[in-house]
Design a protein around this ligand. Structure first.
Ligand SMILES: C[S@@+](CC[C@H](N)C(=O)[O-])C[C@H]1O[C@@H](n2cnc3c(N)ncnc32)[C@H](O)[C@@H]1O
Length: 331
């Protein structure tokens, strides 16, 4: 079974361009037309209406790398993997680890767009850094990833990045208005910030990981953003709240631990502004963001961005600050 993004036919070409742009379109399979919808085959899960069904092989002999493996490995090798630029990142469980060499070599040989394969040992610590072991191809973890018409360059072993947020980043860029002042509070290598700055917004990007600053500058430059459109601050966000401005929009992309920062960051939001807060939510838990908002804040929409684990999902909450009833005495 292959994951597919289901879109109405009229949106099919737009969706294809988007999926190609972020390496999410699985070229081993063909799109499926069904009842006024097109199902695009995926390399990895993206945000949207994702359905699982039998893939339609694009060649008579499928290019699914697993079909080139010995029979006994085909069903235990991972079907899905992330692609960051020219690097494939795969997760292999302990049981299958002894076959990692042949699995990764077959994956590399089967895909002309990949020049190395790294093993994902999980994301850890405050900086959310991915522990990676290179098992095929060149030994460094620096690559340039293309997403939404932007180039994002970084060392994925030193700064957090997830290609699975491409659609979410596009959604926020689409929602923003040119000229807005935006705080990207947990910016990483600045994939949100760069897209927003490209749209003509003014960015303050903050991250506590010093490597994030290095790659953020590289990414602003790589995408032709002028210095005056952004500033990057290397700090824990909670240590600089008092020195920051008031913003039209605040991005809180620290999904494993956003709530301790919500009150402080809320104080920096303009009336009618938006906070986009991401949080990992257990599927069977009754999580209510409303219980964490002050009375003049309101959650206007919430959505699942992507599954995080079998038991949990990453969710996005769009929060706004209502216009105050208190009369401004200067008026
Ligand atoms: C999930 S990553 C998000 C990165 C980026 N927004 C993206 O979309 O790729 C969370 C980031 O928050 C940073 N971080 C964690 N705690 C922080 C804090 N207290 N203040 C500022 N940054 C923090 C980490 O270093 C990490 O880069």
């Amino acid at each position: 079974m292959i994951k597919h993004l289901k879109v109405v036919e009229t949106q099919a070409q737009k969706a294809k361009v988007f999926l190609e742009d972020c390496n999410a379109l699985n070229g081993n399979f063909l799109p499926i037309k069904r009842d006024g919808f097109v199902l695009w085959p995926l390399n990895f899960e993206v945000e949207g209406d994702v359905v699982e069904c039998e893939g339609l092989s694009s060649t008579r002999i499928s290019r699914d790398y697993r079909l080139k493996l010995p029979l006994e490995l085909r069903n235990i090798a991972p079907r899905a993997f992330d692609i960051f630029g020219s690097m494939a990142i795969i997760k292999i469980n302990d049981e299958v680890m002894k076959h990692s060499d042949i699995i990764s070599k077959t994956l590399l040989d089967s895909n002309p767009n990949i020049d190395r394969v790294a093993l994902d040992m999980g994301v850890k610590g405050e900086f959310r850094i991915r522990e990676l072991v290179m098992i095929q191809g060149k030994s460094n973890f620096i690559a340039i990833h293309k997403e939404n018409g932007l180039k994002i360059k970084l060392d994925v072993s030193k700064v957090y990045f997830s290609p699975r947020l491409a659609m979410e980043r596009k959604r926020i860029v689409d929602a923003a208005v040119e000229g807005e002042h935006i705080l990207d509070a947990f910016a990483g290598a600045s994939p949100f910030s760069v897209g927003l700055a490209k749209k003509g917004c003014k960015l303050t990007s903050v991250d506590s990981n010093p490597e994030a600053e290095k790659w953020s500058h590289e990414n602003f430059e790589l995408n032709g953003i002028r210095n005056e459109s952004y500033r990057f601050i290397t700090s824990k966000i909670e240590d600089i709240i008092q020195d920051l401005d008031i913003y039209d929009r605040i991005i809180m992309n620290n999904p494993t631990n956003p709530l301790p920062y919500l009150e402080g960051l809320s104080s920096l939001l303009k009336q009618n502004g938006f906070i986009h807060l991401y949080k990992i939510v257990e599927k069977d838990a009754e999580f209510k963001i409303e219980n964490h908002l002050k009375s003049d804040f309101k959650c206007v929409s919430k959505r699942v961005v992507h599954p995080y684990s079998p038991q949990s999902s990453m969710m996005a909450f769009d929060i706004t600050r209502a216009v105050s009833n208190v009369r401004n005495t200067n008026q």
